[in-house]
Design a protein. Structure first.
Length: 349
């Protein structure tokens, strides 16, 4: 199924609104499905946010992670009324937050509204998402510097993530660790490691999930040199050693997988990625392949994957037809068929 899914599935925001109007109680499962299915939601998501009765912070970041258009103020208002997530879902929250808050306009918004961010538990809870970014990193450094100076109570996990992410500058990583009194983690030659990682990404480009790809073509056509191989070996070993007891966090998945796979001819372990089950399906599938791990057949056959495929099929068939989507949602929710069965029924009709 993944090989067949050549393009990114898209849905108009209006369509999601119609589905939630039919059954608002499906908001958590539907937003999670959009995130895991790799959908892009186009248009104004403001109507969707108004239909969310008691959203959790995870619901909010799932929605804004898949939104095509960036609206930092709408994100802020929705996040500030969100409820906390259970402790066992914080890693899932951080991973989705990378996409939701790691965009340029949102990072600038955070820098300009430090008091608002530091006084919101929901905002503080999603900040570890910035630990996994590889784009707009200077903007993230500026936002986090302002929050540090404002004495924001940032989660402790972020200190290790910033040190583990070689895209953060050496000076910033040191300053952040000292300010937050975190344990020291040494990444050898941070800037050179970041360049080696970028080169590895170019080499692996066609095999990477879409969200990990880039337009940059640094090092195209050239293998990694010895120095890059040494740096990436040290980098992956440091990450595995530091997170040996709980597995590598989902938010660091791109950094770990690309560095590891760039070395070639090595196999990862299930223990290192034991907490990655809630990542998007395409990422899970391709990460396993890049790490030399067999894909669990359950990953390709489970109900969420079938629902995501069914929703993509319905998007192709129904377009932006509100009446047709209302009928589809009624079958899926009111008649309790589920999205996959409603989609199969749609194809037969």
């Amino acid at each position: 199924m993944f090989a067949e899914q050549v393009r990114t599935p898209r849905l108009p925001a209006d369509v999601i609104g119609v589905m939630l109007e039919v059954d608002p109680g499906q908001s958590e499962s539907l937003l999670a499905l959009l995130w895991r299915g790799g959908f892009i939601v186009s248009g104004d998501v403001g109507h969707i946010t108004r239909l969310l009765r008691h959203p959790s912070a995870l619901d909010v970041v799932h929605l804004f992670a898949v939104a095509a258009d960036e609206d930092p103020e709408l994100l802020a208002r929705t996040l500030e009324r969100a409820e906390a997530v259970a402790p066992d879902r914080t890693q899932e929250l951080y991973a989705a937050s990378t996409s939701a808050i790691g965009r340029p306009a949102t990072l600038r918004w955070i820098s300009a509204h430090v008091d608002r961010v530091k006084n919101s538990d929901s905002w503080l809870a999603v900040m570890p998402g910035l630990g996994g970014i590889t784009k707009s990193v200077p903007l993230a450094e500026e936002a986090l510097t302002r929050l540090m100076k404002g004495r924001a109570r940032l989660p402790r996990e972020l200190t290790a993530m910033i040190q583990m992410n070689p895209w953060f500058s050496r000076g910033f990583a040191i300053a952040y660790r000292r300010r937050m009194k975190g344990r020291r983690i040494r990444i050898m030659e941070r800037a050179a490691t970041a360049r080696g990682w970028s080169h590895a990404r170019t080499i692996l480009m066609a095999d990477l999930p879409r969200s990990w790809q880039t337009l940059l073509k640094r090092g195209e056509g050239r293998p990694l040199d010895r120095w890059s191989l040494r740096l990436l070996t040290d980098y992956t070993e440091t990450m595995e050693r530091f997170y040996s007891s709980q597995g590598i966090p989902q938010v660091l998945a791109p950094l770990y997988v690309i560095a590891f796979a760039g070395l070639g001819d090595r196999n990862g372990t299930r223990a290192d990625i034991s907490g990655w089950q809630s990542l998007p399906f395409e990422i899970l599938f391709k990460a396993n392949t890049l790490l030399g791990l067999a894909n669990d057949p359950y990953l390709l056959q489970n109900r969420d994957q079938q629902n995501a495929h069914g929703l993509a099929v319905a998007a192709d068939a129904l377009g932006g037809n509100r009446a047709a989507w209302r009928d589809f949602a009624a079958r899926a929710y009111a008649e309790e068929l589920g999205i996959a069965a409603a989609s199969a029924q749609l194809l037969r009709s």
